[in-house]
Design a protein around this ligand. Sequence first.
Ligand code: FES
Length: 365
Amino acid sequence: MIDRKFPDKKLLSIHQWSWDMQPRTYRVVRKVEETPNTTSVYLSSDGDAPLQPFRAGQHLLFRIPGIGERAYALSAFSPKPKTYRITVKHPGRGEETGRAADYWRRQAVNGDVLEACGPAGHFHLPEQLERPLVFITAGVGEAPLAAIAEELAVRAPRHQLRFFHSTVNGSTFALKGKLGSLRGDLPNATWRIWFDRPQPIDRKDKDFDQHGEIVLADLRAFLPDCDCDFYVCGSNGFVARVVAELNTMGIGSLRIHSEQLGRESDDIVDPDERDVLPPVEPRTVHFTRSGTSATWKPEHGTLLEFAEGLGLEASYSCRTGMCGKCAQKVLSGETAKVRETPAKPRPGHQLLCSNIPISDLEIDL
Ligand code: FES
């Protein structure tokens, strides 16, 4: 089996992490089923030490018994937290899966103790709030952005905010109550909710504002101007599309902060939210140490997913480009990133969880 130990200090220096990566233990103290597909889990410190303050938008990296390590964004903010909350998307009732998110729905019970590193991550508000903020989110991406909006309500409640969220319909709008209460806390905020496939009971102009997907061209009327700080969070495909649309509106990368929630953190993936990979060609990938060669096609996903599909044991942890644990040496050929990655692999190495091949490849795995 792969040794999935938490990153040690040596790894931290290699990958230039700024996280406090010493694991702590946390106790599950409450679970709330927000929707049939979404559960919030509250965790307290398992011991006397108080919980560490954090920046809304940051993650905890959990070691989940029998499954491995998974990162989840904190979905509620307090300057002096007594509990941490994560909000996890999972299969509905009666649907079986062995994936990590189902652990939180079915197995985790009050009193359980888990190890986690963090909170950490770079997706959060800046120290100085200089420009209006625009949050654009889909699916469970609302969780970290709702927490960031809570932080804003504490730090600068009169700051200008545009909050745009899309979800399937009222049955998947997990943090509707939280966003509703934030409307009162942020008097200069504008809120727009999209339902992709509203149910008969979903009321337009009450439960949601627009039918369909978020199309940024439709949002210009709600944007004060383009000199805003944009925060984008959702599935990889959603984030890639929105960032590309922002770029076409002339908004540069310095103004765009994005967080992609990979499949492991979403767990279930709506067919309309599947990751969108760049249009690339089938390539031959040779994994030299294992002596395995196969043809990669776009539907195989990242190189990590491809290697796993071939039965190869590849180390990983976060699967989102944060920890650096999946880095492997590329002996020949070129790869392309499917997401921006805080982890910076050593020269000649690439993060398998965040790259696809754009030529034939030889990888030392
Ligand atoms: S698994 Fe963490 S960076 Fe790839």
